[in-house]
Design a protein around this ligand. Structure first.
Ligand SMILES: Nc1ncnc2c1ncn2[C@@H]1O[C@H](COP(=O)(O)OP(=O)(O)O)[C@@H](O)[C@H]1O
Ligand code: SF4
Ligand SMILES: [Mg+2]
Length: 394
Protein backbone atom coordinates (compact mmCIF):
# COMPACT_ATOMS: atom_id res chain seq x y z
CA UNK A 1 0.00 0.00 0.00
CA UNK A 2 1.25 3.49 -0.80
CA UNK A 3 2.32 5.57 2.19
CA UNK A 4 0.00 8.41 2.99
CA UNK A 5 2.95 10.46 4.17
CA UNK A 6 6.57 9.98 3.19
CA UNK A 7 9.16 12.31 4.68
CA UNK A 8 12.81 11.66 3.90
CA UNK A 9 15.93 13.52 4.99
CA UNK A 10 14.00 16.55 6.18
CA UNK A 11 15.93 19.59 7.38
CA UNK A 12 14.02 22.74 8.30
CA UNK A 13 16.13 25.68 9.39
CA UNK A 14 15.80 29.37 10.19
CA UNK A 15 18.42 32.06 9.70
CA UNK A 16 19.28 33.75 13.02
CA UNK A 17 21.84 36.44 13.86
CA UNK A 18 24.02 33.71 15.39
CA UNK A 19 23.78 31.41 12.38
CA UNK A 20 21.45 28.79 10.94
CA UNK A 21 19.10 27.22 13.49
CA UNK A 22 18.19 23.69 12.43
CA UNK A 23 14.84 23.07 14.09
CA UNK A 24 14.41 19.74 12.28
CA UNK A 25 17.70 18.14 11.36
CA UNK A 26 17.66 15.02 9.22
CA UNK A 27 14.35 13.38 9.97
CA UNK A 28 12.57 10.64 8.03
CA UNK A 29 9.08 9.40 8.67
CA UNK A 30 6.38 7.31 7.02
CA UNK A 31 2.72 7.05 7.81
CA UNK A 32 0.24 4.54 6.38
CA UNK A 33 -3.37 5.52 5.64
CA UNK A 34 -5.39 5.38 8.88
CA UNK A 35 -2.31 5.07 11.09
CA UNK A 36 -1.89 7.09 14.29
CA UNK A 37 1.57 8.35 15.17
CA UNK A 38 2.50 10.02 18.45
CA UNK A 39 5.33 12.58 18.36
CA UNK A 40 6.80 13.30 21.77
CA UNK A 41 9.61 15.50 23.02
CA UNK A 42 10.40 18.43 25.27
CA UNK A 43 9.49 21.94 24.25
CA UNK A 44 11.79 23.16 21.45
CA UNK A 45 12.53 19.69 20.06
CA UNK A 46 11.09 20.61 16.64
CA UNK A 47 7.65 18.97 16.81
CA UNK A 48 5.67 21.97 15.58
CA UNK A 49 8.21 22.88 12.91
CA UNK A 50 8.05 19.28 11.65
CA UNK A 51 4.27 19.29 11.21
CA UNK A 52 4.25 22.81 9.81
CA UNK A 53 6.72 21.62 7.18
CA UNK A 54 4.42 18.70 6.38
CA UNK A 55 1.45 21.09 6.11
CA UNK A 56 3.48 23.54 4.02
CA UNK A 57 2.63 26.19 6.60
CA UNK A 58 6.12 27.47 7.43
CA UNK A 59 6.98 31.12 7.95
CA UNK A 60 8.65 32.77 4.94
CA UNK A 61 12.12 32.78 6.46
CA UNK A 62 12.17 28.99 6.93
CA UNK A 63 14.46 26.98 4.65
CA UNK A 64 14.08 23.40 3.47
CA UNK A 65 16.78 22.06 1.11
CA UNK A 66 15.51 20.86 -2.29
CA UNK A 67 16.73 17.31 -1.71
CA UNK A 68 14.42 16.82 1.31
CA UNK A 69 11.29 14.84 0.43
CA UNK A 70 7.82 15.56 1.81
CA UNK A 71 5.19 13.58 -0.11
CA UNK A 72 1.56 13.29 0.81
CA UNK A 73 -0.61 10.75 -1.05
CA UNK A 74 2.13 10.61 -3.67
CA UNK A 75 2.30 14.40 -4.20
CA UNK A 76 5.29 16.58 -3.45
CA UNK A 77 3.79 18.93 -0.86
CA UNK A 78 6.44 21.59 -1.27
CA UNK A 79 6.00 21.79 -5.03
CA UNK A 80 2.26 22.51 -4.78
CA UNK A 81 1.33 25.94 -6.12
CA UNK A 82 -0.21 28.13 -3.40
CA UNK A 83 -3.71 27.85 -4.89
CA UNK A 84 -3.53 24.06 -4.95
CA UNK A 85 -2.06 23.93 -1.46
CA UNK A 86 -5.20 25.65 -0.22
CA UNK A 87 -7.23 22.71 -1.52
CA UNK A 88 -4.95 20.38 0.37
CA UNK A 89 -5.77 21.90 3.75
CA UNK A 90 -9.18 20.59 4.75
CA UNK A 91 -9.90 17.59 2.53
CA UNK A 92 -6.36 16.16 2.67
CA UNK A 93 -4.78 17.36 5.90
CA UNK A 94 -6.19 19.40 8.74
CA UNK A 95 -4.64 20.64 11.94
CA UNK A 96 -5.82 21.26 15.50
CA UNK A 97 -3.55 23.73 17.28
CA UNK A 98 -2.70 24.14 20.93
CA UNK A 99 -4.64 27.31 21.51
CA UNK A 100 -8.08 27.51 19.88
CA UNK A 101 -8.40 31.20 20.81
CA UNK A 102 -5.61 32.17 18.43
CA UNK A 103 -6.81 29.93 15.62
CA UNK A 104 -10.49 30.88 15.77
CA UNK A 105 -11.48 34.23 14.35
CA UNK A 106 -12.90 36.29 17.27
CA UNK A 107 -15.24 38.38 15.09
CA UNK A 108 -16.90 35.56 13.18
CA UNK A 109 -19.60 33.25 14.45
CA UNK A 110 -18.84 29.60 15.08
CA UNK A 111 -21.33 28.74 12.32
CA UNK A 112 -19.55 30.84 9.73
CA UNK A 113 -16.14 29.42 10.63
CA UNK A 114 -17.48 25.89 10.53
CA UNK A 115 -19.43 26.19 7.26
CA UNK A 116 -16.90 28.18 5.21
CA UNK A 117 -14.43 25.33 4.57
CA UNK A 118 -17.30 23.01 3.62
CA UNK A 119 -18.77 25.54 1.20
CA UNK A 120 -15.35 26.15 -0.33
CA UNK A 121 -13.95 22.62 -0.48
CA UNK A 122 -17.07 20.48 -0.66
CA UNK A 123 -19.14 23.05 -2.61
CA UNK A 124 -22.04 22.68 -0.17
CA UNK A 125 -24.90 25.18 -0.32
CA UNK A 126 -25.69 27.39 2.66
CA UNK A 127 -28.43 25.14 4.09
CA UNK A 128 -26.55 21.87 3.58
CA UNK A 129 -23.40 23.32 5.17
CA UNK A 130 -25.38 24.53 8.18
CA UNK A 131 -27.03 21.12 8.61
CA UNK A 132 -23.66 19.44 8.43
CA UNK A 133 -22.23 21.96 10.93
CA UNK A 134 -25.02 21.11 13.38
CA UNK A 135 -24.21 17.44 12.94
CA UNK A 136 -20.50 18.04 13.49
CA UNK A 137 -21.08 19.99 16.71
CA UNK A 138 -23.22 17.14 18.01
CA UNK A 139 -20.50 14.68 17.02
CA UNK A 140 -17.89 16.56 19.05
CA UNK A 141 -20.20 16.61 22.06
CA UNK A 142 -21.54 20.17 21.97
CA UNK A 143 -25.14 20.49 23.21
CA UNK A 144 -27.64 22.93 21.68
CA UNK A 145 -25.65 23.02 18.43
CA UNK A 146 -28.12 25.31 16.62
CA UNK A 147 -27.66 28.01 19.25
CA UNK A 148 -23.88 27.58 19.34
CA UNK A 149 -23.61 28.19 15.61
CA UNK A 150 -24.69 31.79 16.14
CA UNK A 151 -22.27 32.44 19.01
CA UNK A 152 -18.77 33.94 18.91
CA UNK A 153 -15.64 32.15 20.22
CA UNK A 154 -15.44 34.26 23.40
CA UNK A 155 -18.89 33.00 24.42
CA UNK A 156 -17.59 29.43 24.70
CA UNK A 157 -15.37 27.77 27.32
CA UNK A 158 -11.81 26.73 26.40
CA UNK A 159 -12.79 23.07 26.14
CA UNK A 160 -15.76 23.90 23.93
CA UNK A 161 -13.61 26.07 21.66
CA UNK A 162 -11.23 23.17 21.20
CA UNK A 163 -14.20 20.93 20.33
CA UNK A 164 -15.18 23.50 17.71
CA UNK A 165 -11.63 23.43 16.31
CA UNK A 166 -11.87 19.65 16.07
CA UNK A 167 -15.23 19.96 14.29
CA UNK A 168 -13.69 22.41 11.81
CA UNK A 169 -10.70 20.12 11.25
CA UNK A 170 -12.98 17.13 10.63
CA UNK A 171 -15.52 19.00 8.51
CA UNK A 172 -13.96 18.09 5.16
CA UNK A 173 -13.07 14.51 6.25
CA UNK A 174 -9.28 14.88 5.96
CA UNK A 175 -7.07 11.88 5.31
CA UNK A 176 -4.64 13.12 7.97
CA UNK A 177 -5.43 15.00 11.13
CA UNK A 178 -2.53 16.71 12.87
CA UNK A 179 -3.15 17.59 16.51
CA UNK A 180 -0.34 19.76 17.88
CA UNK A 181 -0.55 19.63 21.69
CA UNK A 182 -4.32 20.01 21.33
CA UNK A 183 -5.05 19.99 25.05
CA UNK A 184 -2.09 21.75 26.66
CA UNK A 185 -4.13 24.89 27.36
CA UNK A 186 -6.98 22.95 29.04
CA UNK A 187 -7.48 21.61 32.54
CA UNK A 188 -6.81 17.93 33.21
CA UNK A 189 -10.34 16.47 33.06
CA UNK A 190 -11.17 18.39 29.87
CA UNK A 191 -7.83 17.28 28.39
CA UNK A 192 -8.76 13.66 28.73
CA UNK A 193 -12.24 14.18 27.29
CA UNK A 194 -10.84 15.96 24.24
CA UNK A 195 -8.12 13.35 23.67
CA UNK A 196 -10.62 10.52 23.97
CA UNK A 197 -12.95 12.34 21.58
CA UNK A 198 -10.16 12.77 19.01
CA UNK A 199 -9.17 9.12 19.33
CA UNK A 200 -12.76 7.89 18.93
CA UNK A 201 -13.56 10.10 15.93
CA UNK A 202 -10.28 9.23 14.26
CA UNK A 203 -11.06 5.53 14.53
CA UNK A 204 -14.65 5.95 13.36
CA UNK A 205 -13.53 7.94 10.33
CA UNK A 206 -10.47 5.74 9.59
CA UNK A 207 -8.32 8.86 9.50
CA UNK A 208 -4.57 8.94 9.97
CA UNK A 209 -3.39 11.13 12.84
CA UNK A 210 -0.22 12.72 14.12
CA UNK A 211 -0.72 13.45 17.80
CA UNK A 212 1.93 15.74 19.27
CA UNK A 213 2.61 16.04 22.96
CA UNK A 214 5.42 16.74 25.40
CA UNK A 215 3.84 13.99 27.52
CA UNK A 216 4.34 10.29 26.73
CA UNK A 217 1.20 9.46 28.72
CA UNK A 218 -0.92 11.26 26.13
CA UNK A 219 0.15 9.05 23.22
CA UNK A 220 0.12 5.78 25.18
CA UNK A 221 -2.94 3.79 24.15
CA UNK A 222 -3.99 6.39 21.58
CA UNK A 223 -1.45 5.79 18.82
CA UNK A 224 -0.12 2.83 16.82
CA UNK A 225 3.43 4.13 16.73
CA UNK A 226 5.40 6.72 18.64
CA UNK A 227 8.38 8.82 17.64
CA UNK A 228 10.44 10.50 20.32
CA UNK A 229 12.20 13.65 19.15
CA UNK A 230 15.21 15.31 20.68
CA UNK A 231 16.88 18.46 19.35
CA UNK A 232 15.37 18.16 15.87
CA UNK A 233 15.96 14.46 15.41
CA UNK A 234 14.09 11.19 15.96
CA UNK A 235 15.90 9.31 18.73
CA UNK A 236 13.48 6.41 19.24
CA UNK A 237 10.58 5.25 17.11
CA UNK A 238 8.47 2.12 17.12
CA UNK A 239 5.12 0.52 17.88
CA UNK A 240 3.80 2.45 20.89
CA UNK A 241 3.39 -0.72 22.98
CA UNK A 242 7.00 -1.83 22.26
CA UNK A 243 8.37 1.60 23.01
CA UNK A 244 6.77 1.56 26.44
CA UNK A 245 7.44 -2.09 27.21
CA UNK A 246 11.07 -2.07 26.04
CA UNK A 247 12.21 1.52 26.22
CA UNK A 248 15.73 1.68 24.83
CA UNK A 249 16.76 5.31 24.47
CA UNK A 250 17.98 6.98 27.68
CA UNK A 251 16.05 10.14 26.73
CA UNK A 252 12.75 8.24 26.42
CA UNK A 253 13.57 6.53 29.72
CA UNK A 254 14.23 9.91 31.34
CA UNK A 255 10.93 11.25 29.99
CA UNK A 256 9.15 8.27 31.54
CA UNK A 257 10.86 8.80 34.89
CA UNK A 258 9.73 12.42 34.84
CA UNK A 259 6.07 11.39 34.46
CA UNK A 260 3.55 10.74 37.24
CA UNK A 261 2.16 7.20 37.33
CA UNK A 262 -1.38 6.19 38.19
CA UNK A 263 -0.43 3.82 41.01
CA UNK A 264 2.22 6.07 42.53
CA UNK A 265 1.44 7.78 45.85
CA UNK A 266 0.64 11.40 45.04
CA UNK A 267 3.74 12.83 46.74
CA UNK A 268 6.27 10.59 45.00
CA UNK A 269 9.03 12.91 43.77
CA UNK A 270 9.45 12.91 40.01
CA UNK A 271 12.85 12.92 38.40
CA UNK A 272 13.83 16.01 36.50
CA UNK A 273 15.97 15.48 33.42
CA UNK A 274 19.26 17.24 34.26
CA UNK A 275 20.47 20.12 32.09
CA UNK A 276 18.68 21.54 29.08
CA UNK A 277 18.42 20.72 25.37
CA UNK A 278 21.35 21.83 23.18
CA UNK A 279 21.69 25.06 21.25
CA UNK A 280 20.29 24.24 17.80
CA UNK A 281 22.61 26.76 16.14
CA UNK A 282 25.69 24.88 17.39
CA UNK A 283 24.62 21.40 18.54
CA UNK A 284 27.15 18.89 19.93
CA UNK A 285 29.02 16.86 17.29
CA UNK A 286 28.13 13.45 18.72
CA UNK A 287 24.92 12.30 20.38
CA UNK A 288 22.89 15.41 21.18
CA UNK A 289 21.62 13.94 24.43
CA UNK A 290 25.11 13.09 25.72
CA UNK A 291 25.53 16.04 28.14
CA UNK A 292 22.34 14.96 29.97
CA UNK A 293 22.66 11.19 29.58
CA UNK A 294 23.69 8.96 32.48
CA UNK A 295 24.83 6.15 30.18
CA UNK A 296 27.08 8.42 28.10
CA UNK A 297 30.60 7.21 27.29
CA UNK A 298 33.43 9.05 25.52
CA UNK A 299 32.49 7.26 22.28
CA UNK A 300 29.09 9.00 22.31
CA UNK A 301 30.78 12.35 21.73
CA UNK A 302 32.34 11.44 18.39
CA UNK A 303 29.49 11.14 15.87
CA UNK A 304 25.67 11.08 16.00
CA UNK A 305 24.52 7.49 16.58
CA UNK A 306 22.38 6.14 13.71
CA UNK A 307 18.69 5.29 14.21
CA UNK A 308 19.18 1.53 13.99
CA UNK A 309 16.56 -1.23 14.25
CA UNK A 310 16.36 -3.38 17.37
CA UNK A 311 17.79 -6.86 16.66
CA UNK A 312 14.62 -8.56 17.99
CA UNK A 313 11.97 -6.08 16.78
CA UNK A 314 13.11 -4.29 13.61
CA UNK A 315 10.11 -1.92 13.65
CA UNK A 316 11.54 -0.51 16.90
CA UNK A 317 14.51 1.76 16.13
CA UNK A 318 16.70 3.89 18.37
CA UNK A 319 19.77 6.06 18.07
CA UNK A 320 21.90 5.00 21.00
CA UNK A 321 25.22 3.24 21.58
CA UNK A 322 24.40 2.12 25.14
CA UNK A 323 20.66 1.46 25.19
CA UNK A 324 18.67 1.10 28.42
CA UNK A 325 17.70 -2.49 29.22
CA UNK A 326 20.65 -3.99 27.33
CA UNK A 327 23.91 -5.41 28.65
CA UNK A 328 25.89 -2.58 27.01
CA UNK A 329 23.67 -0.01 28.67
CA UNK A 330 23.97 -1.62 32.09
CA UNK A 331 27.74 -1.82 31.84
CA UNK A 332 27.98 1.81 30.72
CA UNK A 333 25.92 3.01 33.67
CA UNK A 334 27.86 0.83 36.15
CA UNK A 335 31.13 2.26 34.80
CA UNK A 336 29.84 5.82 35.08
CA UNK A 337 28.67 5.13 38.63
CA UNK A 338 32.07 3.79 39.61
CA UNK A 339 33.78 6.98 38.42
CA UNK A 340 30.82 9.12 39.63
CA UNK A 341 30.47 10.94 36.32
CA UNK A 342 29.60 10.11 32.74
CA UNK A 343 31.86 10.15 29.72
CA UNK A 344 30.27 13.50 28.82
CA UNK A 345 31.05 14.98 32.25
CA UNK A 346 27.64 14.73 33.96
CA UNK A 347 28.11 14.47 37.75
CA UNK A 348 25.93 11.46 38.58
CA UNK A 349 25.79 12.17 42.32
CA UNK A 350 24.47 15.68 41.59
CA UNK A 351 21.54 14.29 39.60
CA UNK A 352 20.70 11.60 42.14
CA UNK A 353 21.85 8.66 40.01
CA UNK A 354 25.23 8.24 41.60
CA UNK A 355 24.91 5.55 44.22
CA UNK A 356 22.55 3.17 45.96
CA UNK A 357 21.40 -0.23 44.94
CA UNK A 358 20.81 -0.79 41.29
CA UNK A 359 17.24 -0.05 40.38
CA UNK A 360 15.23 -2.41 38.26
CA UNK A 361 16.18 -0.46 35.15
CA UNK A 362 19.82 -1.37 35.55
CA UNK A 363 19.08 -4.90 36.66
CA UNK A 364 17.06 -5.29 33.50
CA UNK A 365 13.89 -6.48 35.28
CA UNK A 366 10.75 -6.20 33.31
CA UNK A 367 8.88 -4.98 36.36
CA UNK A 368 5.11 -4.96 36.68
CA UNK A 369 2.95 -3.24 34.10
CA UNK A 370 2.19 0.30 35.21
CA UNK A 371 0.26 2.98 33.51
CA UNK A 372 1.35 6.59 33.19
CA UNK A 373 -1.14 9.15 34.40
CA UNK A 374 -3.03 10.68 31.49
CA UNK A 375 -2.72 7.59 29.34
CA UNK A 376 -5.77 6.30 27.50
CA UNK A 377 -8.09 4.36 29.72
CA UNK A 378 -9.96 1.98 27.43
CA UNK A 379 -9.54 -1.44 28.91
CA UNK A 380 -8.32 -3.31 25.82
CA UNK A 381 -5.99 -0.48 24.92
CA UNK A 382 -4.60 -0.39 28.39
CA UNK A 383 -3.86 -4.10 28.33
CA UNK A 384 -2.29 -3.75 24.95
CA UNK A 385 -0.22 -0.71 25.67
CA UNK A 386 0.32 -1.05 29.39
CA UNK A 387 3.51 0.72 30.15
CA UNK A 388 6.22 -1.28 31.81
CA UNK A 389 7.38 1.93 33.30
CA UNK A 390 8.96 0.05 36.18
CA UNK A 391 11.77 -0.90 33.90
CA UNK A 392 12.79 2.70 33.71
CA UNK A 393 11.60 3.94 37.07
CA UNK A 394 13.01 1.39 39.47
N1 LIG B 1 10.06 31.20 12.94
C1 LIG B 1 11.12 30.76 13.64
N2 LIG B 1 12.30 31.44 13.60
C2 LIG B 1 13.37 31.00 14.29
N3 LIG B 1 13.37 29.91 15.08
C3 LIG B 1 12.23 29.20 15.17
C4 LIG B 1 11.04 29.58 14.46
N4 LIG B 1 10.06 28.68 14.75
C5 LIG B 1 10.62 27.77 15.59
N5 LIG B 1 11.91 28.08 15.84
C6 LIG B 1 12.83 27.34 16.69
O1 LIG B 1 12.81 25.98 16.28
C7 LIG B 1 12.98 25.12 17.40
C8 LIG B 1 11.88 24.10 17.42
O2 LIG B 1 10.65 24.76 17.67
P1 LIG B 1 9.25 24.00 17.74
O3 LIG B 1 9.10 23.13 16.56
O4 LIG B 1 8.22 25.05 17.94
O5 LIG B 1 9.41 23.11 19.05
P2 LIG B 1 8.31 22.23 19.79
O6 LIG B 1 7.05 22.31 18.99
O7 LIG B 1 8.89 20.86 19.85
O8 LIG B 1 8.18 22.83 21.15
C9 LIG B 1 13.01 26.02 18.63
O9 LIG B 1 14.36 26.22 18.98
C10 LIG B 1 12.40 27.30 18.14
O10 LIG B 1 12.89 28.40 18.85
S1 SF4 C 1 24.29 6.35 25.74
FE1 SF4 C 1 25.45 7.63 24.35
S2 SF4 C 1 24.42 7.43 22.41
FE2 SF4 C 1 23.00 6.66 23.95
S3 SF4 C 1 21.76 8.45 24.43
FE3 SF4 C 1 23.42 8.38 25.92
S4 SF4 C 1 24.97 9.70 25.05
FE4 SF4 C 1 23.53 9.20 23.40
MG1 LIG D 1 5.16 23.02 19.52
Amino acid sequence: MQDLLDVEGLVTSFPTPRGELRAVDGLSLRLAPGEALGVVGESGSGKSVLVRTIMNLLPRNARVPPEARVRFAGRDVRALPRAEARHFWGPQMAMVFQDPMTSLNPVRTIGRQLTEPMRYHLRLGRRAARDRATELLTQVGIGEPERRLDQYPHELSGGMRQRVMIAIALSCSPKLLIADEPTTALDVTVQKEILDLLTRLRREMGMAMILISHDLGVVSGRTDRTMVMYAGRAVEVGPTAALFARTRHPYTAALLRSMPLIDQPSHTPLEVIPGSPPDLVAPPAGCRFAPRCRNAQEGCLVAPPPLDPDPDEPRHRYACLYPVGTERGRQALAENRARRRTGAGLDLAAVGAGAGKLRSEERGDEGGARQPLGAASERSERDQHSARVDEVTG
